[in-house]
Design a protein around this ligand. Structure first.
Ligand code: F6P
Length: 361
């Protein structure tokens, strides 16, 4: 039998999400209480490439971070040691071998990788190369398969809902159409949940290409029965029938494409089609900042605790997942390369349609 693990690494990768620090705290505390030392690796896998980019984390180091947004370890969504050369202070190289070597040299027995689909795919590759991995799913977009919720999603929805509430009063006062662009690259979970919670009249999501004419007619109908304002929530990844994503920046090198601008396009088109005054607002990275909600703090803490439990049991190549009411382990290979989009028969989507919300289809 392999000797018990006495030292583990923990890293955060990809875009940040409220609750990352809550996971780190839970991992460090649960590990420490089990006699396992924790090493925090900085800026995703960079901490396993460059020396002096890691530090031992004690319970003292993580006291007080439960409620903080961001990540005390730093993160990046550009580093993939497999797919392309990574640029560090030493220049640009393929560093995947270095990661495996450093993992051994640092005396680590397992690695907790807190990240989204991209980071978890990289982790899975390192799992194949012999690094014992436990993944923790993170994304405000909530689009990782195998888990009902990722931490960060609830916080993003709460923020977007508050923003929509505020826009409601000004939209009504001026009898305008207000278009709110929320995050959600390939899945419309934030738009759907915040749209319903905020009482939006139209919700546009990547899963349902929309028709400007249908959308405009539904909003004109509201005017006819006396509601002379409307709220439209649009996911950044939504697009019109026959069209494509609206980009701020195309993919290049290590950088993924940056979505954004569909809210302004919808706003412009609706002004023309309805003759009403329209305004648009992009919530952007505000959705990723700030303190996690109590739901996300609890979920993140449960994920961190479960990750350490899986390490102690030797259940590697896994990702912790929320399968209400339980936290379970799922094989990483079932997760990577897939996206959890909103099913077209999803109960919330059907309910929204039933109460008169249009999806522009
Ligand atoms: O994946 C989460 C997400 O918030 C997406 O909705 C968004 O497109 C992306 O991150 C933006 O990431 P960044 O601006 O950090 O590159």
């Amino acid at each position: 039998m392999a000797p018990p693990i006495s030292r583990i690494g923990v890293l955060t990768g990809g875009g940040d999400a409220p609750g990352l620090n809550a996971v780190i705290r839970a991992v460090v505390k649960a590990a420490s209480n089990a006699g396992i030392e924790c090493v925090g690796l900085e800026d995703s896998f960079d901490g396993l490439i460059e020396r002096d980019r890691s530090r031992v984390l004690t319970p003292r180091d993580v006291t007080g971070i439960l409620r903080l947004g961001g990540t005390i370890l730093g993160t990046t969504n550009r580093g993939n040691p497999f797919a392309y050369p990574v640029t560090t202070s030493e220049g640009t190289h393929d560093y995947s071998d270095r990661v495996v070597e450093m993992f051994g040299k640092m005396g680590l027995g397992a690695l907790v990788v807190i990240g989204g689909d991209g980071t978890l795919a990289i982790a899975h590759e390192f799992g194949r190369r012999g690094i014992p991995i436990v993944g923790v799913p993170k994304t405000i977009d909530n689009d990782i398969v195998g888990t009902t919720n990722c931490f960060g999603f609830d916080t993003a929805v709460a923020f977007a809902t508050d923003a929509i509430d505020r826009l409601h009063t000004t939209a009504e006062a001026h009898r305008r159409i207000l278009v709110v662009e929320v995050m959600g690259r390939y899945a419309g979970w934030i738009a759907l949940y915040a749209g319903v919670a905020g009482g939006a009249d139209a919700i546009l999501i990547p899963e349902i290409p929309f028709d400007f004419a249908v959308l405009a007619e539904r909003l004109r109908a509201r005017d006819r029965w006396g509601a002379r304002f409307s709220i439209v929530v649009v996911a950044e990844g939504a697009f019109p029938k026959g069209g494509g994503h609206t980009l701020l920046e195309a993919a290049h090198g290590a950088h993924a494409e940056r979505l954004g601008g569909i809210g302004a396009e919808v706003c412009h088109a609706l002004a023309g089609e309805t003759g009403k005054e329209t305004r648009s607002v992009v919530l952007g990275h505000l959705q990723r900042g700030g303190a996690p909600t109590s739901f996300d703090r609890v979920l993140a803490t449960r994920f961190g605790g479960k990750a350490v439990e899986l390490i102690r049991r030797g259940e590697f190549g896994t990702m912790v997942a929320f399968d209400p009411p339980d936290i379970i382990a799922r094989p990483l290979e079932e997760i990577v390369g897939r996206t959890k989009t909103v099913p077209l028969n999803h109960d919330l989507l059907m309910t929204a349609k039933a109460i008169g919300v249009t999806f522009g289809d």
